[in-house]
Design a protein around this ligand. Sequence first.
Ligand SMILES: NC(=O)c1ccc[n+]([C@@H]2O[C@H](COP(=O)([O-])OP(=O)(O)OC[C@H]3O[C@@H](n4cnc5c(N)ncnc54)[C@H](O)[C@@H]3O)[C@@H](O)[C@H]2O)c1
Length: 259
Amino acid sequence: MSDSIKQIANQLNYPKGLLAGQGARVIVSDIDAAKASDVANKIRGNGGEAVAVPEDLLRDEYIKELVGKAAEFGGGKIHIIVNNASFTWDAVIHKDTIVALHATVPFKLVREAAPYFPTKDGEPRNIVNISSTSGLHGNAGQINYAMAKARVVGLTKTIAKEWGPGFGVRANTVAFGHIETRLTANKEARTFVEVDGQKIPLGIPEKQKKAGGVVPYVDIPLRRPGSTTEAVSAILAIASPLSSYISGQTISVTGGRNM
Ligand SMILES: NC(=O)c1ccc[n+]([C@@H]2O[C@H](COP(=O)([O-])OP(=O)(O)OC[C@H]3O[C@@H](n4cnc5c(N)ncnc54)[C@H](O)[C@@H]3O)[C@@H](O)[C@H]2O)c1
């Protein structure tokens, strides 16, 4: 982490996590139960409020359970949804699972949470859908992922148009470029997710990541990938009251790539 990012992180009370540091009660949802509990424990260990509700978002009953538990934890209210779950399984065509996880799951989650959103209590409500430069600009070899990530833009804009009037619900899309996470780790590190007993390798081959050869990350004006702190900061910024007049937008968090 650079010094300036550390400063921002400290100001934002990063040890609790960026959202919990600002007072959010966080429901951590992930198919990886150990990871979800670890995140929730870290937030609680640093004085924040969080609970892990791990499971597979591709299971409809879980979406119901997740929304129910979120509402319970929020004292009968839900104020923010971040539709973020993902893995990549690149192929020229097919692989419905990727479309289901990145487009149908966000739709189903928002539909399930609908009773908690267009409300008249005057409190801010936010949906943040996570997209990708692949969804906005296309990416050869990622037709399933790119199509699904494009769809959430339509979902976002429609929520903004339907639930903005009269209710003040804001919805925005945050589209990431290259952020350093498991998704973009070196493929050579050999991390996998398991789908129906099949091991799907994650990551990007190292050679491909530094596109440009002599000048690494030549397609990114800032010449580096983003950190997870920078990625979550963008989500916090768009969900916060400082962005209270921003709705229906797609915010690219890419270090300037794909201008
Ligand atoms: N990292 C990047 O460069 C990049 C670029 C563009 C967009 N994105 C998007 O950012 C978001 C976050 O991705 P990330 O890079 O942090 O990846 P990540 O792999 O670190 O996190 C994604 C999480 O989703 C969970 N998940 C996968 N399938 C699930 C399921 N069926 N049910 C519940 N949880 C499930 C995984 O266990 C994982 O913890 C994703 O929507 C991704 O598409 C990332």
